[in-house]
Design a protein. Structure first.
Length: 471
């Protein structure tokens, strides 16, 4: 098959996928895992099947994938798709640049520098810099590694005994801090989870007490990891208060803004991150609220020289890095060598929307979440399970009957939604309570979708109480 004909066939499938938004169709595939393994031909052949088979395989893949572009997809902290970002993703794959040297990726380097500097300006790091990473988990790890290099200069070269070192995080922080503790040699047990207030924010007074207690026990505090929009409740820690403690105690302050950083575009909602300019590092995922395809995540640091010291293993790679491009080879600021061009899709979308477009998007998503919350509060069989700061809406179906286990009811309810394929929404826990965590982030979501979603929740709740089997 000729190149043009093959690309036309692929493009047809792209368009069909993007335009498939019939609310009567499933969001997730109907086949079970066992059925997929039994009925789909996924084996790798000794002799290739040829180009025509590629198209058949693409059809099978698309048919059995979760439709993340659909407005009914509300499960994780991301969803939806925009054409400028999709174009950037396709062209980045086609050009296949790697971002470790300017020589290999000249315009891509300038684009990434432009985007990173602009994001640094937005968080209040006028002299800062950073790098694109494999996601917020990696960004949190980089923040903790920079904290280690800052506290113990030379630890990158000389090694580090982390058994007496502790890191302070919110009790509702993302689990990636545990991964990072493992990687950098601190260990899970040395992550101190600080109690949160009733809204899910780290309690500054408890943080101060935990730091004092750790020092009394002979432990060495390394850093504070604050959260700007927690995974379940969307709570923003008080960055002003936490930065005051960090500076007073001589600790690095890293802000996990992977989910909530996009509030900075909105004049109305940017106050959620007041004090972020006093932090030392920030991670921010554009593939979440901004709707850019996975992966598109930035790590930003106020003092670029700390990140540069952390990554100076690149100095031995004489076959890649040369003095004439020392200031522009982005590999000198990254733990990765080969790294794909993730900045292009964000840059294209940003150019298409502008700051004002992103601001409107944030305000619209927040207004949509307000609409959903109001409808929940107005319904006698629904209740909010947490206050709201961002677009996480945590609620459950409820009934005034002590004999009904509401955790079992809501677990069953969510399973029925998934089984029928109408909506995908997360099941989470707040304390001992099972909640439905609905995320208002999908670029294609509208209020009609939200109203239909609540109608299905109520429908399934009523059927469960009547003892009816799932359809």
């Amino acid at each position: 098959m000729e190149t043009a004909a093959f690309i036309d066939e692929v493009a047809t499938r792209l368009v069909d996928y993007l335009e498939s938004k019939d609310p009567n169709e499933r969001v997730n595939p109907s086949r079970s895992l066992a059925s997929m393994r039994r009925t789909l031909d996924l084996q790798l052949p000794l002799e290739g099947h040829g180009m025509d088979a590629v198209l058949d395989d693409l059809d099978a893949f698309i048919a059995n994938s979760v439709k993340t572009h659909r407005p009914e997809f509300m499960n994780p902290l991301w969803g939806g798709l925009t054409l400028p970002a999709l174009a950037g993703e396709i062209v980045a794959s086609m050009t296949n640049n790697s971002m470790y040297t300017y020589e290999l990726s000249p315009i891509a380097t300038v684009i990434e520098q432009t985007v990173v500097k602009r994001m640094c300006e937005m968080v209040g790091f006028p002299d800062g810099f950073g790098t694109f990473t494999t996601g917020g988990s990696n960004g949190n790890m980089l923040g903790m590694l920079c904290a280690r290099e800052h506290l113990i200069s030379g630890s990158t070269k000389n090694g580090f005994d982390g058994r007496s070192t502790v890191i302070f995080v919110s009790a509702e922080a993302h689990y990636s801090v545990l991964m990072a503790a493992n990687v950098i040699g601190i260990g899970h047990q040395n992550i101190i989870k600080v109690q949160c207030d009733e809204h899910g924010r780290m309690d500054p007074d408890r943080l101060q007490e935990e730091i004092a207690f750790a020092r009394q026990e002979g432990m060495r505090p390394l850093c504070i990891v604050a959260t700007a929009a927690t995974t379940v409740r969307g709570a923003y820690d008080d960055l002003e208060a936490l930065s005051d403690i960090a500076h007073r105690e001589g600790l690095w302050l890293h802000v996990d803004a992977a989910w909530g950083g996009t509030c900075l575009f909105s004049n109305r909602h940017r106050t959620l991150m007041d004090g972020v300019d006093k932090a030392d590092s920030v991670c921010w995922d554009a593939h979440k609220m901004m709707g850019v395809p996975l992966i598109c995540s930035a790590f930003l640091v106020k003092k670029p020289e700390v990140l540069r010291r952390l990554c100076d293993h690149t100095n031995v790679a004489h076959y890649l890095f040369h003095a004439d491009a020392e200031l522009d080879d982005l590999g000198r600021y990254s733990l990765q060598c080969a790294r794909r061009n993730d900045a292009l899709k964000l840059w294209l979308d940003w150019r298409a929307r502008g700051d004002a477009g992103w601001a409107r998007m944030v305000d619209e998503r927040m207004a949509d979440a307000d609409h959903l919350q109001q409808n929940i509060e107005d319904h006698p069989s629904l209740e909010m399970m947490s206050s709201r700061m961002w677009t996480n809406v945590c609620f459950r179906y409820t009934v005034d009957d002590d004999d009904v286990d509401l955790n079992d009811l809501n677990t069953d309810l969510r399973n029925r939604l998934i089984q029928e394929g109408s909506f995908m929404v997360s099941r989470s826990n707040i304390g001992d309570d099972v909640v439905l965590r609905m995320i208002v982030a999908n670029q294609n979501l509208d209020r009609d979708t939200l109203d239909r979603f609540l109608a299905r929740v109520v429908h399934h709740g009523q059927e469960i109480l009547r003892g009816l089997p799932a359809a």
